[in-house]
Design a protein. Sequence first.
Lengths: 239, 549, 139
Amino acid sequence: MSTTTTDVPSHGGHGEHEHNPYHQHHFTTMEQQFDTSKLGMWLFIVTEILLFGGLFVGFGLMQHRYPREFIEAHEHLKQLIGGHPFPLYGAVNTIVLLVSSWTMVMGVNAAQTNQKDKTVRYLVITILLACVFLVIKYVEYSHKFHDGLLPGKFYSHQAEDLIKGTYGYHTFFSFYFMMTGLHGIHVLVGIVLLSWLAMRARRGDFTSAYYTPVDLVGLYWHVVDMIWIYLFPLYYLIS
Amino acid sequence: MEPAVTSGARIGDRPRPKKNYLNETKGIWSWMTTVDHKRIGIMYLVGTLVAFLLGGIFALLVRLTLLTPQHTMFGMQVTAETYNRFFTLHGAIMVFLFIIPSIPGSLTNFVLPLMLGAKDVAFPRLNLASFYLWIVGAIMAIASMIIGAVDTGWTFYTPYSTTTSGTVTLMTAAVFVLGFSSIFTGLNFIATVHKLRAPGMGWFDMPLFVWGMYSTAVIQVLATPVLGITLVLLMLERVFQIGIFDSRIGGDPVLFQHFFWFYSHPAVYIMILPGMAIISELIPTFSRKTIFGYRAIAYASVSLALVSFIVWGHHMFVAGQSQLATVVFSALTFLVAIPSGVKVFNWLTTMYQGNISLESPMLYAIAFLMLFAIGGLTGIFLGTLSTDIHLTDTYFVVAHFHYVMMGSTVTAFVGGLYYWWPKMTGRMYNEKWGQVTAVLWFIGFNATFLPQFILGSRGMPRRYYNYLDQFQPLHAFSTVGSWIIGLSLFMTAAVLLASLRKPADAPDNPWGGTTMEWQTSSPPITHNFEDQPVLEHEPYDYRPKAVTH
Amino acid sequence: MSTHTESHSHGGPKIYTANLFALLFLTIITVAAASFNFGSANVIIALAIASVKATLVALFFMHLVWDKPINSIIAIAGFLFLGIFLMFDFLDVTTRDGLQPRNMTPMENATPVPDTMNPLKAAPPKPFEPAPAAPEEHK
């Protein structure tokens, strides 16, 4: 058979750069390794899109089944501001996540440009914003629990007057808790990942030659933001 | 039928390396913490074959119950509940613990990086994580069987699955974990094919095995997450009664079927595409002829993967979906048969006027062609609305999917196992006994499942533990066939394991293959190739001047 | 990724900040739009604005504009197949009971459904109990 072999050195690079300690040996260059990691991350993101997407499809189909009840039920996600119902918690959370997306990408940029302190600072701010999100979520949930609006079989009789004899309310809130709950779990996981990143950044692990973990966690965080971008109008704004 | 290179011969006078991936590091810890794709492949092979054995035992129990019309086995009554558990566990173990993970996890893991001239897959640690997820899922599934086995059928249809007393939640969680094992494997292969090809190897220089596995990986990544969310919804429905699938509280049971089959139809292509990928390697090698229609087969693989996503409603023709949806899904189902047909014709044309040698892998490949033709064609009968009304939920369906899943995928898997056995272990098995297993397999498989087409078209329903007396002769024939299958598989295991007692002296390229895995030693060294191989010829180049070195 | 400066020309604080303001602006728009009633177009408008926001996040925050095209193809594939799932499910759910055979016309003076067969008025049917196993008797 006529395959030949060439003497390509097993280390990447041509002597310009020191051998990077993060270079895995089945890749010829760091660039190939970074591109591959990003590709792998995007593939993982697609699985998240389809996982959450399934819930969106379920929600959409149930809304088609109970359009009136869904529209009425979602009024409970609004708060009275100056006498008018307004999705305050939802809107504030949206802004919080958008800003956190910005701080995240600024953190990636700082790691990419060898600015260690800035990287840590942006990562920490992102974590704080994520915590704010969860606190607001906690407040929202406690109001719901107080009104007896709970998922599934815990939907209690305190909310009897809201049920009005159909299943639509009950289904709406099941989906509400499932989707915001799953999203909240992803935010929590994000906080854990960001904290790990911040610790590594403080240690000086990330430079312009290697900032892959920051980039990949950044992509994850943007996905979390993107899911909320779709959740917010569907739950809080449809009328 | 001499092998192309005699035992012990070497390519280019390269001495046989003393250290290979099997003996370079020793001890169980080195295996448990390995990130070498070859070792992970071997571990997957052992695991999935154990699962195959377990699923096979349940199959034999099903067939034993059906030997007589009165659901007795060895004189004892088999209750309906027990029978439900037999076929549920048979299905769930075979689908989730064996067929979906086996070829990607074992043969592909081993061979794909070698075929690409790479040192490993893109994410070796993720590869090991995939394997451990499989182990965890397997333990959970077995635990659920012991604690209180599931009796819903492997399809977990609501509302039975949300109300029955078996350990549905634990089994569902097990499948969820196994799903992620599958996703990560697929993710790994996609990245590997995109980024780790040898210098000179463009997309259309890759072996067709890689095209088939790439298509499989695309389905794994896109479809399995929907199974994940389906299982989560099922568990939440069961535990918290959220009301999505239960019509008593406002849900829609057909919705469960939509969610379930959106994954499970592409899943059957996760099962068949690797089998087809193996056949694309076996046929040109043992016909010593360039594959006919390389690009057609490559495009057919990808289009099979993509079209598989738009036909899932054909599992639901009588479930209660709208008439318009059934018509649309039926029409699209005819579409998905076309790429399969293209492949079969191309394989046959490759064999035509080839220099065919009938070693065991080739016998299994030829069996595949015949069994897949039957399996694929009977799928069309089921995709046609007017005939499906009569055939749905009968033994016709059971026969159809066994012809494609077992008669095709498992046939190809065993053929591939024989084919790559010398590469993986460095030993040649006993060829004559291998050929005997192939013949027994073909006879046993047809004896078991051909009668089931007849049973189904005459009205025998599936998942029933008793039947009208007139069906007994065919059922008995089928049961005896299942014993022949068992014998064939037992013999295959014996043939392959017996070879391990010989010293590891298989040649680098016993079959005269043209793909890159045959350029390195049998078994390969840990980092696969001494120096980075560079591709210099077209795939499947069997022209005479290319053979001599 | 490289250690060379080409990565610096991609992205940068100015573009990111501009993107953030665009996203915040769109958020205000979508909240404002919700206070008007466009009927059945409500959902479509809300989702359209959300999609624009998501696209901005993907293109600029997630770097797709500067990345190799394969990453964008992967992302689009994810949404595409989700769309297929949604589309076919809606096809089913919205056309149930919708397709009437053309050769049927509603009967005039049709027999009214008796109350015992009307699920809204009759008692729910008793659950099925399989008959007890008959004793083994042969002629």
